[in-house]
Write a protein that binds this ligand. Structure first.
Ligand code: ADP
Ligand code: MG
Length: 197
């Protein structure tokens, strides 16, 4: 399947809503194993995305992802801004140049994060949500409960990338904040395309 412009717009609009509604929760998760700013960072990005759409209504899916990427690169900051920004920018290019399926598009995003963050699965980062859910989509099975399991899998991991890695073993027992914000992105996507089981 592929997302039409209206569906992609709904996806990002829902993500913006969830980030704004859960700003303090994301800050709390980041206070436990980071520096406490992930909610504030993402909320700034969410507002920048909404402002950008208001200023210029994206006319195609590629422009929509590009505007989202730019807002995040410019306003989120921290480690997560450039990572989300790279994912969305690569996705913007991929929908422009090829007739790409949604599952492959999500893989393009995950690959962008891995490249930019020099990260992979098992390092307690947002990749632990992006990669398994890209795989789920490819196999035609993606539900809210899959999102929850991917997010929860980060709890018992020891962080080896990002700020939480400074804590070594003590990073265990906490959810990764970037995985929680990514879980909102995927929950939003499922709200648009429906559960696939
Ligand atoms: P900072 O760590 O600079 O304060 P944020 O708090 O906004 O930035 O974002 C932290 C999140 O970014 C982490 O929870 C993790 O999911 C993600 N992250 C950090 N470094 C990497 C990396 N190298 N690869 C993938 N994700 C990363
Ligand atoms: Mg932080």
């Amino acid at each position: 399947m592929k997302l039409e412009l209206a569906q992609a717009r709904k996806w990002i609009d829902l993500f913006v809503e969830k980030i704004e509604a859960n700003k303090s929760e994301l800050n709390e998760l980041d206070t436990a194993i980071g520096d406490g700013d992930h909610g504030t960072n993402m909320d700034r990005g969410a507002k920048a995305i909404a402002d950008s759409f208001e200023k210029k209504n994206p006319e195609n899916v590629s422009d929509l992802y590009k505007a989202t990427a730019f807002a995040m690169i410019q306003k989120v900051g921290g480690a997560s801004g450039p990572l989300y920004g790279t994912a969305l920018l690569d996705m913007s290019k991929a929908v422009k140049s090829e007739n790409i399926e949604l599952a492959d598009l999500i893989q393009v995003g995950a690959d962008g994060i891995k490249r930019r963050g020099e990260s992979d699965v098992g390092m307690k980062t947002m990749i632990d949500v992006w990669q398994p859910l890209a795989d789920d989509l490819k196999s035609g099975h993606l539900t809210h409960s899959d999102v929850k399991s991917a997010l929860n899998s980060t709890k018992d991991m020891v962080a080896t990338k990002g700020r939480a890695s400074y804590l070594e073993e003590k990073s265990k027992g906490h959810l990764d904040p970037g995985s929680q914000s990514s879980a909102y992105l995927f929950d939003s996507l499922i709200e648009v395309i429906g559960e696939n089981s």
